[in-house]
Ligand binder design. Structure first.
Ligand code: BJW
Ligand code: ZN
Length: 260
């Protein structure tokens, strides 16, 4: 459980920061109804799904991989951001500088109003041609899809794939570059709802901390990042993040900054 002292400490760090980096993981979308990967009821629990998120699985059996992703795309229909996503969007609008890095592919940070989230693992809203790399809307690619089929590129007829990052694939170069800039220049890093086991994102908090940034973790469970966190908020994102922002829609954080 989060103590009032921990909340106050976290608030003080944020209020006195010049530049904030935020790293989010599946946990921030849990309260929107999106399953996490490794938790109870998580997508990866059966291990089968984890073995599908690789280029090798797509090369061997693209139709099986598409069956998994079609179900994911369908399950995201009608899902909306929660108070945690909205609090981060509000924090961005009150800060001088905030970089939001997310491992999530669900697009909920954009829906909540965060501008230019750094999508480290791509997006499930887009499909990309395996051959010519042309991108298209995944809903369109899947319209009329039937089990056993692999959607095809309108331009060249090649196989489409979801524009997400699988194990063994490099993260998008522009996302890595932006993340590097954020990690190097932040004085506070907020790590929300990630198990901290998937590289390279898992290393970001360590790098920021070793460069002198303060690390705040928001997670109901202990993670490898808890050990280096300066403040740990042991609660869920949709509860802790709005509390961190202050009561209601107050401009508390910004007012404090101007007084400083
Ligand atoms: C709440 C909550 C609530 C619950 N509120 N919190 C070094 C050592 C060993 C291995 C490697 C290494 N470097 C690279 C690797 C390999 C690999 C890796 O890290 N493997 C480890 C797992 C062992 N990494 C890669 O392959 C990466 N690529 C790479 O490094 O490339 C190098 C390269 C360079 C040049 C050329 C070629 C290659 C790519 C990683 C891609 C990960 N992709 C996935 C799938 C995306 C597509 C899809 O969605 O299908 O991304 S895997 C999956 O895990 C997904 C997630 O983004 C990612 C992280 O998961 P996350 O967000 O942490 O979720 P969970 O479920 O694990 O945790 C949820 C947390 O929330 C928990 O802590 C809960 O307690 C908490 N929670 N409710 C707040 N309400
Ligand atoms: Zn193509």
């Amino acid at each position: 459980m989060t103590t009032p002292e921990a909340r106050n400490q976290a608030r003080e760090l944020i209020v006195s920061s010049r530049s904030i980096a935020v790293l989010t993981g599946a946990g921030i979308s849990a309260e929107s109804g999106v399953p996490t990967f490794r938790g109870e009821g998580g997508l990866w629990r059966g291990r089968r799904a984890e073995s599908l998120a690789t280029p090798g699985a797509f090369a061997r059996n693209p139709a099986e991989v598409w069956e998994f992703y079609q179900a994911r795309v369908k399950s995201l229909h009608g899902i909306t951001p929660n108070a945690g996503h909205r609090a981060l969007a509000a924090l961005e609008s009150r800060c001088d500088q905030l970089w939001l890095m997310t491992q999530n592919v669900d697009g909920l940070h954009r829906d909540a109003g965060s501008t230019n989230p750094i999508e480290l693992h791509g997006t499930i809203r887009i499909a990309r041609c395996h051959s010519c790399r042309r991108e298209c809307d995944i809903q369109g690619a899947l319209s009329g899809w039937n089990p056993g089929e692999v959607p095809e590129c309108n331009a060249c007829g090649g196989s489409l794939r979801p524009a997400v990052v699988w194990f063994g694939e490099a993260l998008p170069a522009d996302a890595l570059l932006a993340a590097d800039r954020a990690i190097r220049s932040c004085d506070v890093m907020l790590v929300v709802g990630t198990s901290g086991v998937v590289q390279p994102a898992a290393s970001f908090a360590y790098t920021a901390s070793s460069r002198g940034a303060k690390v705040i973790e928001v997670n109901p469970e202990e993670t490898p990042i808890s050990g280096i966190a300066d403040v740990v908020l042991r609660g869920t994102a949709a509860v802790e993040l709005p509390l961190l922002m202050g009561p209601g829609d107050s401009e508390d954080l910004r007012i404090r900054r101007r007084v400083d």
